[in-house]
Design a binder for this molecule. Structure first.
Ligand SMILES: [Zn+2]
Length: 238
């Protein structure tokens, strides 16, 4: 068993506290890029949804233009038939042209109905795009603000981390190197926790009982003892 002093035990406990604090800050820092990416991707999705609405609007306008063109063509056709009417010689021919004109007018009137419907749809789609663009601007502002907050958090976390690490180095310089070696080795297989308190004969690392004699000896604080179950270093609070 290693001979040890109370001071060394206290330093190890402190070392572990600083390392735990540093690890916590490190994991928060690691999670930040994902948090930022998530809010940015939400905004991107919103933008894509607006683009789809804009494409639909463009499509509707295209349809409207084609209706309009068709109506123009029909007007030309009617004009041409009306001119023909002036030069026809037979009644049969006259009637045939009149019938044709009537049919073109009916077709045009159907297209006009559809044009009105199409204009209504364009109107609604334009309003929707405008609304969504307004909402987008609000959301974009919020996302940017949130990003700034996250980035400021990251800065202060980096500073805190450096402080914890500097303190850790300072503490570890005052601990017996052999003890540090043992501490690091236990840490590597004991999920990062190398030194634990024993309370009423129970190891706080694994919640198992340690032998009462060992518990008594721990109170002397003159040698480093390890848990017979989880092999972590043990200490008691007197
Ligand atoms: Zn244990």
């Amino acid at each position: 068993m290693n001979k040890i002093t109370r001071e060394q035990i206290e330093l190890l406990i402190e070392l572990q506290q600083q390392e735990a604090a540093a690890a916590k800050v490190e994991s928060e820092l690691d999670g930040l890029p994902a948090k930022i990416a998530q809010i940015v991707s939400g905004l991107k999705e919103f933008e894509e949804a607006i683009n789809i609405k804009k494409e639909n609007l463009a499509e509707l306008k295209k349809v409207y233009r084609s209706y309009d063109a068709e109506i123009q063509v029909n007007q030309g056709r009617i004009k041409k038939r009306e001119e023909q009417l002036r030069s026809v010689t037979t009644n049969k021919e006259y009637q045939a042209i009149l019938k044709e004109i009537d049919e073109i007018k009916k077709a045009s009137s159907r297209i006009e109905d559809e044009t009105i419907e199409c204009l209504d749809k364009i109107d609604a789609a334009e309003n929707e795009v405008k609304e969504k663009e307004k909402e987008y601007l609000v959301e974009e502002k919020e996302v940017n603000q949130q990003k700034t907050v996250f980035e400021a958090d990251a800065d202060s976390e980096r500073r805190a981390l450096n402080e914890f690490l500097a303190q850790r180095d300072g503490i570890s310089a005052n601990i017996d190197p052999e003890l540090i070696k043992q501490y690091e080795s236990i840490k590597s297989y004991a999920r990062g926790i190398a030194i634990v308190q024993v309370k009423d004969c129970i190891c706080m690392g694994c919640n198992m009982n340690i032998p009462p004699q060992m518990y008594n000896e721990l109170h002397r604080e003159n040698e480093m003892k390890t848990c017979p179950h989880c092999h972590r270093m043990l200490y008691v609070i007197q």
